[in-house]
Design a protein around this ligand. Structure first.
Ligand code: CO
Length: 202
């Protein structure tokens, strides 16, 4: 059991695009990464978790089967109640959108409505290295799109309408840096010096 620390907004590591899983990864790391992702997801009662959220910048995400409407469609045997998606590629098959309330372990304490495509195709590799191509609908498609976004450095708050975006930024205002007295004096002195130079030039 290795639950890792989950990176939280506004950590810039959440904005990095994750790399493909390559042959060398399969030889050494993939199983370990997947176990860590699923252990972390369970420890935090998440319904899904993507590798970059635990600082692994590889194209992997996991989903808890308890939150899926249609488990059969995924064509894979769950491991310890978890499905893994390795090197997934998303294709939008339906322009129609659905709106539902989303939350994220990397953006704690907030929940907002997000519009997603109502259906997507996903090409992916299972932990057994089998390649799959499936079409997902409804709530399951929403979960997949949320997790997939993480692999491209996107968060659900990137999809908010202007009103919710404003609300989110207000709640997550980054405190202004405290400037010390010495720094203030230094800045003043620099300004004065600059002004003196300007006068000299004239
Ligand atoms: Co998330």
């Amino acid at each position: 059991m290795t639950a890792r620390l989950i990176l939280k907004y506004p950590d810039s590591r959440l904005r990095i695009r994750s790399e493909e899983v390559i042959d060398e990864d399969w030889d050494v790391n993939v199983k370990k990464w997947c176990t860590d992702i699923s252990d972390t997801m369970k420890a935090n009662a998440g319904l899904g978790l993507a590798a970059p959220q635990v600082g692994i910048h590889k194209r992997i995400f996991a989903i808890d089967i308890n939150d899926l409407d249609n488990l059969e469609i995924f064509q894979q045997e769950p491991r310890d109640g978890t499905l893994f998606f390795i090197n997934p590629v998303l294709e939008i098959t339906e322009e129609k959108t659905v709106s539902s309330s989303e939350a994220c372990l990397s953006v704690p304490g907030v929940m907002y409505n997000v519009k997603r495509k109502s259906s997507v195709d996903i090409f992916y590799t299972t932990l057994e290295r089998e390649k799959k191509h499936i079409r997902i609908l409804g709530k399951d498609a929403v979960i997949i799109q949320h997790e997939y976004d993480h692999l491209d450095g996107k968060l659900f708050i990137d999809h908010l309408n202007p009103f919710d975006k404003k609300d989110f930024l207000k709640k997550n205002r980054v405190p202004k840096k405290k400037v010390s007295e010495a720094q203030v004096n230094q800045i003043r002195e620099q300004r004065r010096a600059k002004a003196r130079n300007m006068r000299k030039r004239r």
